[in-house]
Design a protein around this ligand. Structure first.
Ligand SMILES: *[C@@H]1O[C@H](CO)[C@@H](O)[C@H](O)[C@H]1NC(C)=O
Ligand SMILES: *[C@@H]1O[C@H](CO)[C@@H](O)[C@H](O)[C@H]1NC(C)=O
Ligand SMILES: *[C@@H]1O[C@H](CO)[C@@H](O)[C@H](O)[C@H]1NC(C)=O
Ligand SMILES: *[C@@H]1O[C@H](CO)[C@@H](O)[C@H](O)[C@H]1NC(C)=O
Ligand SMILES: *[C@@H]1O[C@H](CO)[C@@H](O)[C@H](O)[C@H]1NC(C)=O
Length: 426
């Protein structure tokens, strides 16, 4: 009898502890929902159940349109890398100014598209030409080169602006994750446009929610404006939120001086005056990311820097985020960088799109979340997008670091120990 009271109290404490614990884990599971679409696609690459195949897709692979357009004043050589699923059947080609090429990838495709500049290939396309000063060896392109071949089989040399896709992400592989990434640097302005799905059960998603652009090249930027489709709000049928502060002059010098691929030659005395920004920069001014340039753990968020708490944005990523708010600027720039929509539609990648950088993810966060809840079945998908465990498990990390889910489980374990200790010892 004497011992029953403390035992009851202990039991109540244990129950309270368990309740408290459940509360902690439910709170931690909902922590920072904006962080959840943490799908930096490089960290989710190489799903073993979706081996990479060259393509093009056969009928049973499902066909997703992938249209690549060049609105640049110069020819570019788009490149396509396949990390998982069925690719387009080509790794790259020449695209003249003002032209487009329509391709198809499998509905399970995961990969990236980038642009190569100033290329000169030999006739067979399997190496550099003699024109680039390398006597037919070495790189064929000034940026984005992939071992000198026209049809890339490996990823491109940095710096490149990337369009990244996972067409079969999320629960049941029914969501498309995509982003514009400046994590490997910047070479060309790039825009991604959703091509509406023919499927009746998919909503016709407004383009103001789905079409990010990153324009960080002077001379290709329209006037500052809060919204619009062509640089100002004169077209109000689909107002797209824009980054509204950059001007051509500002954009001309966003790249930190040391990270320019081709720094202007030193003035007469060989010493750079300070600040360097008074020196005229080239119009085509590709920019290494800090990580691409130094490859150091602190710039690349690797090694002991492999957590968002420790790995902070560099000067480069801060500047990149200002000129391109919708783009990934460094490895842990998860909050406002990934788009998630129901799979089904196709994708157009435009180099040098007309307009301005978009600011969609920040502006329309609520709507983008709601987008996945708007039609039957999408609620479950949205839940999946919020499921840390699932996203983390899909996001097999290449760096060998702990996933966010593991970190959370670690935190929960700590909480368990603390709470149980309190319950038992109090
Ligand atoms: C290199 O490519 C860029 C972008 O297409 C272009 O602006 C520049 O004029 C090219 N340079 C040369 C030497 O062709
Ligand atoms: C809006 O666009 C029109 C047509 O391109 C242009 O004439 C006008 O100056 C622009 N307005 C602003 C505020 O940028
Ligand atoms: C406005 O933009 C939409 C979507 O791009 C286009 O279909 C429409 O024709 C444009 N309207 C005007 C008046 O330019
Ligand atoms: C996007 O464009 C549509 C069509 O004009 C409009 O109804 C909507 O309010 C815009 N913004 C958002 C967040 O949906
Ligand atoms: C979250 O994902 C994990 C792993 O796929 C799964 O086991 C779990 O049931 C999911 N939870 C919810 C609430 O969907």
């Amino acid at each position: 009898m004497a011992s029953s009271k403390p035992r009851n109290a202990r039991r109540r404490k244990l129950a309270a502890a368990i309740f408290f614990l459940a509360l902690i884990s439910s709170v931690s599971a909902r922590l920072n929902p904006s962080e959840l679409p943490a799908a930096d696609i490089r960290r989710r690459s190489g799903s073993p159940d979706r081996p990479a195949r060259w393509g093009p897709p056969r009928k049973r692979d499902g066909g997703v349109p992938l249209v690549i357009s060049n609105q640049c004043p110069d020819p570019i050589w788009p490149a396509i890398g396949t990390q998982a699923g069925t690719g387009a059947g080509t790794g790259g080609f020449l695209l003249s100014p003002g032209t487009s090429r329509s391709l198809t990838v499998g509905s399970d495709w995961q990969g990236r598209v980038w642009g190569r500049t100033n290329c000169s290939f030999n006739v067979a396309g399997n190496g550099a030409s003699n024109l680039n000063g390398h006597n037919g060896a070495g790189a064929a392109c000034v940026t984005g080169d992939c071992n000198g071949v026209l049809s890339c089989v490996v990823t491109g040399d940095t710096p490149v602006t990337l369009a990244e896709f996972d067409l079969a992400g999320g629960v049941g592989n029914k969501q498309t994750f995509y982003d514009i990434s400046l994590v490997d640097g910047y070479n060309l302005p790039l825009g991604i446009t959703y091509i509406p799905s023919q499927a009746a059960d998919l909503v016709d998603i407004p383009p103001n929610l789905t079409n990010p652009a990153c324009i960080a090249t002077a001379g290709l930027l329209l006037q500052p404006a809060m919204s619009g489709t062509l640089g100002n709000s004169s077209n109000s049928s689909y107002p797209i939120p824009y980054e509204s502060t950059q001007t051509s002059a500002k954009v001309a010098s966003w790249c930190p001086w040391d990270l320019q691929v081709k720094r202007p030659t030193k003035p007469g005395d060989g010493v750079y005056p300070y600040p360097n920004d008074n020196i005229q920069r080239p119009i085509f001014d590709p920019c290494f990311s800090a990580c691409a340039k130094t490859n150091s753990p602190s710039d690349c968020c690797t090694g002991t820097y492999n957590t968002p708490q420790v790995c902070k944005p560099t000067l480069y990523s801060t500047a990149a985020k200002l000129v391109c708010p919708d783009a990934y600027s460094y490895a842990y720039d998860d909050q406002t960088s990934t788009f998630i929509v129901p799979s089904g539609g196709g994708w157009q990648i435009t180099f040098c799109p007309l307009g301005r950088s978009t600011n969609i993810l920040k502006t329309f966060k609520k709507q983008l979340d709601a987008l996945s809840q708007g039609v039957p079945d999408l609620r479950a998908l949205q839940q999946a997008a919020r499921n840390l465990t699932l996203i983390d498990e899909a996001g097999t990390e290449n760096h060998g670091g702990r996933s966010r889910g593991e970190r959370l489980r670690g935190a929960s374990l700590c909480a368990l120990v603390v709470v149980l200790a309190w319950a038992v010892l109090w």
